[in-house]
Design a binder for this molecule. Sequence first.
Ligand SMILES: Nc1ncnc2c1ncn2[C@@H]1O[C@H](COP(=O)(O)OP(=O)(O)OP(=O)(O)O)[C@@H](O)[C@H]1O
Length: 363
Amino acid sequence: MNATRAESIRLDQVRRQFGETVAVDRLTLEIPAGELVVLIGPSGCGKSTVLRMINRLIEPSSGRMFLGEEEITKSDPVKLRRRIGYVIQNVGLFPHQTVRENVATVPRLVGWSKAKANSRVDELMTLVGLEPSRYAHRYPHELSGGQRQRIGVARALAADPVVLLMDEPFSAVDPIVRARLQDEFLRLQGAVGKTIVFVTHDVDEAVRLGDRIAVLSEGGHLEQYGTPGQVLSHPANDFVADFVGSDRGIKRLAVTPIPVSNLRPLPAGAPQNAPSVTQTESLREALAALLEGDTGWVAVRPESPRPSDSALRPSGTGSKVVRGEPTAQPAVALPEGGTGSEQAALGMLTLDDIYTALRAAAA
Ligand SMILES: Nc1ncnc2c1ncn2[C@@H]1O[C@H](COP(=O)(O)OP(=O)(O)OP(=O)(O)O)[C@@H](O)[C@H]1O
């Protein structure tokens, strides 16, 4: 599936009061098209209210909201909702409809032919990892919690919405399924490139998924809006620092890339089973691999094609290692007389290098 339409969202001084309670107070936030922004904050700080104002399940007391150039509060709410996918914690699949009927709900509502809706259902089910021939005819109660959640995401994407709103979509499943759903979701977002507003309580989930994170406090006050790296390395105030936790240094590992252009050469005679990571992984994976091995360093491999086990070939031993950015011409070494399926590691990192890269990323 091609990357599809996405629109920016802009909230301008948006406020919502329920009786005496100010749920959201003059919130101003810009969410660029195609980005995944996570709203995070303690219970009751107004996260769900923000989402529900964007799709007009709740009307703001004051302020303006825009979807691209269009002012949301002036749109027809029903038509608006058909362009906005909405995924909630317990999914809300229709229990008496099959998976196929559930996923096809909005395409059918907006008048797609049965054939077009069916082929869209097949495409989306495949995309979320559920084989249509096996699952499309089932009813929601015949699926696991994680499978239902995937169907919820497929249904929200079905009519190619310009925005996806996700309210704690993965919190009802166990941690292992949750991590798998997060991985799949990142892959999916890589393919569809939607503008996504994602609500969670979980800092690790926010750091893992968000292009940006908006940290809210009670009353929907925006305490900080930045990339995961910015929020973790430079919390704007004590509230954010407390909220993201005293282990934020460790969390930062997960959002800091491997310094590919600044690796040490592999030592001559490096063992073939030395610990290694690919260049697109984070410092967290590099550290984990290093700690599991006993070399005291971790090799960094080019990403693709996947190297064979004999990949850990130090530079200067008959191999030509080209180091540089991931996009450089094949950043691999083809051993003389080699088959081309073997690739040298780009270099290696020691514990000190990981620490230095973490410090440099925070600077
Ligand atoms: N329909 C409503 N009527 C009255 N008060 C409401 C209503 N909806 C939300 N509130 C109040 O507005 C505030 C924000 O609620 P909201 O559900 O947006 O918070 P949240 O950050 O999503 O919370 P949680 O993380 O617990 O889901 C809370 O104090 C809540 O009690």
